[in-house]
Design a protein around this ligand. Structure first.
Ligand SMILES: *Cc1c(COP(=O)(O)O)cnc(C)c1O
Length: 332
């Protein structure tokens, strides 16, 4: 592996985000001829033996990393997390009229808006009153037992609020948008009905979306659901009803191997915890920067900070860029 090219910046984008350099270097080495096939992965048939081997290895490593129980299906889909905002109600309502949503910031707001095209929404808990600066405690949730499922955003990317605990919703399936902290820490999949995540935040390139779903929840999609948006039909076809995002699956597969080589999700969690602590400790002792999130709910993955004097924002960003630190300007 070559050393870090001097032209590489420190990229703080939430997503598409930085990828391990080892992964990029390996993809580069295999670009013209993957393992003696004489083809780039981009040029392979998704139904050919070479690509099937790549997809099967990716799923196997993915299942190992997350210790996914055998009664869960793993889907590699397209359309981003945003398509899941609609696919979740299309597939999980099963004739029910409503779903519970936890309202904790910009991404849950979008999930709620989209789901509301399909069903009534019960906002079971919200942090809007405190400017989305915390994760509402489970004891405050007003769940409706008639709801088809409970949806929450386990890491609010823009607000920097992370649930460091898994809610207990009893018999009603729990659904998580885990996009921006997916594979950053171990996850007890058995506590969920469904987990989805766009790859580009933490686990691979854009164009690929992971869905992990308990197998008893699928097979009751609403009438009119397009074939490629039906979890059951995708599961039965190994996510290959049509051409899958082949190159993104390949790169994500390399990321899974990289994570396994590192020591798995416990190890990456250790690294992430230490990295976040370094940054939060610095912000907390500083009179120049601040972070608005309740300490116990701070995200390890997304650390929003503001300058106490916003007139200095432009100058700060310029100075950072000069030092090779880019994409520091978050959402307003
Ligand atoms: C980025 C993001 C999304 C949107 O993802 P797309 O793949 O662009 O649709 C949804 N939810 C969360 C939590 C995100 O961070």
């Amino acid at each position: 592996m070559g050393s870090r090219p001097e032209t590489r910046v420190f990229n703080f984008s939430a997503g598409p985000a930085v990828l391990p350099e080892e992964v990029l270097a390996q993809a580069s080495a295999e670009m013209l001829d993957w393992h003696g096939s004489g083809m780039s992965v981009m040029e392979m048939s998704h139904r050919g033996k070479e690509f099937i081997a790549i997809a099967e290895a990716a799923e196997k490593d993915f299942r190992e990393l997350l210790k996914i129980p055998s009664n869960y299906k793993v889907l590699f889909l397209q359309g981003g997390a945003t398509l899941q905002f609609g696919m979740v109600p299309m597939n999980l309502l099963g004739g029910k009229k409503s779903a519970d949503y936890i309202y904790t910031g910009e991404w849950s707001k979008k999930a709620i808006k989209e789901a509301n095209r399909f069903c009534e929404i019960n906002i079971a808990a919200s942090s809007e009153g405190k400017n989305f600066s915390f994760a509402p405690e489970q004891s405050t949730w007003q769940l409706d037992p008639k709801s088809a499922y409970v949806h929450y955003t386990s890491n609010e990317t823009i607000g920097g609020v992370e649930f460091h605990w898994i809610p207990d919703t009893g018999k009603v399936p729990l659904v998580a948008d885990a996009s921006s902290h997916f594979l950053s820490r171990p996850l007890d999949v058995s506590k969920f009905g469904l987990i989805y995540a766009g790859a580009q935040k933490n686990a691979g390139p854009a164009g690929l979306t992971f869905v992990i779903v308990r197998d008893d929840l699928i097979g009751k999609a609403a009438k009119g659901t397009p074939t490629v948006m039906d979890y059951k039909l995708q599961a039965d076809a190994d996510s290959m009803l049509n051409t899958c995002p082949t190159y993104s699956i390949y790169i994500a597969g390399l990321v899974f191997k990289w994570l396994k080589g590192l020591g798995g999700l416990r190890k990456i969690e250790e690294i992430n915890t230490a990295k976040a602590k370094l940054l939060y400790d610095y912000l907390d002792q500083s009179s120049f920067f601040s972070n608005p999130v309740a300490k116990e709910d701070r995200s390890r993955m997304n650390v929003p900070f503001t300058l106490k004097d916003s007139k200095l924002d432009e100058e700060f960003l310029k100075g950072a860029a000069k030092r090779g630190m880019v994409q520091l300007k978050g959402h307003r």
